[in-house]
Design a protein around this ligand. Structure first.
Ligand code: ADP
Ligand code: MG
Length: 704
């Protein structure tokens, strides 16, 4: 049995009765089976294996054998608090039991205990208010039979992430019981040859040791084993996907091709290009060539299109959609916000409909009557290009022949959503777009079989955006500058971290809109845009802003993605210290979309952290999104990269593909070599891999 196959409910554990509270608490974090309990690894370990004298408390937490010498009560406000004095041969210390008067019965004067705590030296004494203890077992060990089993002192203890309603001691006891009961049935998941090559532990041994290691050395081995296994399977999945891609062919490509030539479908792409007032940039041309190549090949495309904000990805997506239509199929273009989806739909209506291509806009908000007709047209193939939010893959949406799926701002979507939209077609082509670059190493190792196109550079005539930092107290100078710009006919965004006045002492969009409209810019028209607004209202506002009837848009980060109004050349971000780097970059990318000089003001209040200061400096010094993403990675550390972790590509227990690249590369080489040599996984050594994949796939949700 593989550990993930152990489906017995946690409640089944004998000895310890799982109270419904603990059960609920576990279920809340997704742990319902014993298998999932065992796969929830500790976040840390307390090394109580080596006891240290109390006097060594300055070197970190100590695990000391002490005797309780006295109890004392003192008044803290109205409440009496217990203070317990302890000592060993080297020092004396005290334990403060806030809200725990009952400790007087548990730490008895004259008895010996094992104390585990991080002590501090304060008010002339060594003290601690957070400690753990175990009685030193008396000579009569025999009493263990029958009684609740205690965790012996002197161990290395797991520290689990807790949730409300669950105590650490309880969780430890449950895991220990689960291990005792199930370890003997747990099967290995990696081929024996690999395990021996790297001196890894068996799965059962690794599980035992990850929860209750005998030594820190054993713990390291267990970690290495589990990380390797996770990354190995990640790469097996990547490798299998690559294999599958090579084996999936489009349905009857020849037939389609011949029927196309008969119909003489016009070259829609060129029709569009001829109508554009500009030519494609070199980067766009290359991307379109890549995409056309993929879409003409017999294998479905899966391509990631990266390009900085404003590099013109939308147009590339439209050209790809035209290709799908030329081939007699349909395209779906999915965007993360209704605002952005609507903008795409409006652009598509302008650019594609004159070519005779039918475009439809689909969101969750469209009323039932219009929706019915729309769905009918989609199913009949009357609609060629559907543009919308996640509504594009609602249950009742059917496509006649979905050939291409475009996912804009792909890092905003999870794997499940991606799979759901893909399932609406029969192995459709996939184009994912993102302005948030994924570091190259990760792109090839994790995304593996994904092809990547990068649009380098921006359309010609764009001037670098001038960025200024301004203290909050200098905001009036910023406002005056904006006034001068508005006089020339420009438009501006003002962005705030909050929608409405909140508990935090921060400016918010609603109040600031009032203030800006009445006190600062009474001569101009202002409007609000934020996520709590009605969609229809937001739509009208955006339309008016795009049309120039609104001069200043006061918003939250809803305008972060995609919004494209070239005449808006001023971006003022207040409380810029509250925004992350990628948000700042995206927001700044809302301006500089035309040929006029654009400006971005990052207004910060004095309450900023060191990190915030670094972020603002990065924004001041860099304009290249790829460089900013690298800086973001440095600041936030691996494992949090936009578009990787959040998108659900990797949900591993211990390993971090960015941090543990050395193991990742080995695992990748091993997995690929295995698939290359024995693609059916038939050899006795690979049998277990085949079994894992069929019986208990580790990442059933990974993959496109
Ligand atoms: P992003 O890559 O951020 O999604 P968009 O697709 O929104 O960028 O494009 C930004 C702006 O650049 C749009 O107004 C678009 O019409 C314009 N644009 C796109 N391609 C070109 C080009 N080759 N030359 C000039 N302008 C272009
Ligand atoms: Mg875009």
């Amino acid at each position: 049995m593989f550990v993930r196959e152990i489906c017995d409910p946690v409640a089944r554990l004998t000895g310890e009765k799982v109270g419904s509270a603990a059960e609920k608490a576990l279920a809340h974090v997704g742990v319902t089976t014993i298998g999932s309990l065992l796969c929830r690894y500790p976040r840390d370990w307390e090394d109580r294996s080596r006891s240290a004298p109390l006097k060594d408390f300055r070197n970190g937490p100590v695990c000391s054998i002490v005797r309780v010498i006295a109890h004392e009560w003192f008044d803290a406000g109205k409440i009496r608090t217990l203070k317990i004095f302890i000592e060993d041969d080297t020092a004396r210390a005290c334990l403060l039991c806030y809200n725990r008067p009952f400790m007087k019965n548990q730490l008895v004067v004259g008895n010996d205990y094992l104390i585990y705590s991080d002590f501090e030296f304060k008010y002339g004494e060594i003290r601690s208010s957070a400690f753990d203890f175990e009685p030193i077992p008396a000579v009569s060990v025999a009493s263990a039979a029958g009684g609740t089993e205690r965790i012996a002192p002197g161990q290395i203890l797991p520290v689990y992430p807790l949730t409300k309603g669950l105590r650490m001691a309880k969780l430890r006891a449950l895991v220990k019981q689960a291990l005792d009961a199930y370890l003997p049935v747990i099967e290995d998941e990696i081929p024996q040859s690999i395990r021996e090559r790297y001196h890894l532990l068996t799965k059962a041994h690794a599980l035992k040791a990850i929860h209750f290691p005998e030594s820190m050395k054993e713990l390291e081995k267990a970690k290495k084993t589990i990380m390797y296994e996770e990354l190995f399977y990640l790469e097996v999945m990547v490798g299998k996907r690559a294999q599958a891609k090579r084996s999936v062919m489009r349905r009857v490509p020849e037939e389609t091709a011949s029927c196309m030539t008969q119909q003489k479908t016009p070259d829609l792409q060129n029709l569009l290009l001829d109508r554009l007032p500009f030519v494609l940039t070199e980067g766009q041309q290359e991307a379109v060539a890549d995409i056309n190549g993929d879409m003409d090949s017999p294998y479905p495309m899966s391509r990631l299109l990266q390009g900085d904000v404003g590099s013109g990805k939308t147009l590339v997506a439209f050209l790809a959609a035209l290709k799908a239509v030329e081939k007699g199929g349909q395209a779906a273009i999915m965007a993360p916000t209704e605002l952005l989806a609507r903008q795409h739909a409006e652009n598509a209506a302008k650019l594609l409909e004159p070519l005779g291509v039918n475009v439809a806009f689909l969101t969750g908000n469209i009323k039932s009557k219009g929706r019915k007709q729309l769905l009918k047209d989609l199913a009949l193939g009357v609609i060629d290009v559907a543009i919308g939010t996640h509504a594009l893959f609602s249950r009742d949406v059917c496509y006649r022949d979905l050939r291409l799926v475009v996912i804009d701002e792909q890092h905003r979507f999870g794997v499940v959503q991606r799979q759901a939209i893909m399932a609406k077609g029969d192995a459709p082509d996939l184009l994912m777009m993102s302005a948030t670059p994924i570091p190259r190493t990760l792109a090839i190792t994790v995304f593996g079989d994904l092809d990547v196109s990068v649009i380098k550079g921006l359309p010609p005539g764009r001037q670098p955006i001038v960025t200024h930092l301004a203290r909050e107290s200098n905001e009036n100078k910023v406002y005056e500058f904006i006034r001068a710009q508005l006089k020339t006919g420009a438009q501006a965004y003002f962005v705030y971290p909050l929608i409405e006045e909140g508990e935090l002492d921060l400016k918010d969009a609603v109040s600031m809109k009032e203030r800006l409209a009445t006190e600062i810019f009474p001569e101009y028209t202002l409007a609000l845009a934020h996520s709590k607004m009605d969609e229809e209202e937001k739509r009208l506002t955006m339309e008016a802003f795009r049309g120039g009837d609104i001069h200043i848009l006061v918003a939250t980060s809803v305008v972060e993605v995609g919004v494209d109004v070239p005449n808006a050349t001023c971006m003022v971000i207040e409380h810029a210290e509250r925004f992350g780097l990628s948000a700042l970059h995206q927001l700044r990318g809302r301006v500089g979309r035309g040929t006029a000089q654009s400006y971005c003001f990052l207004v910060y209040s004095d309450k900023y952290t060191e990190d915030a200061k670094t972020r603002l400096m990065v924004m001041l010094e860099h304009s290249d999104g790829f460089v900013i993403a690298e800086e973001d990675l440095k600041l936030r550390g691996p494992g949090q990269i936009n578009g990787v972790e959040q998108s659900g590509y990797i949900r591993l227990g211990l390993a971090d593909p960015v941090e543990h690249t050395a193991i990742l590369e080995k695992a990748r080489a091993d997995a690929f070599a295995m698939l290359e040599a024995d693609s059916g996984l038939l050899s006795s050594d690979h049998r277990c891999v085949a079994d894992v994949l069929s019986r208990a796939p580790p990442f059933s949700d990974v993959g496109v």
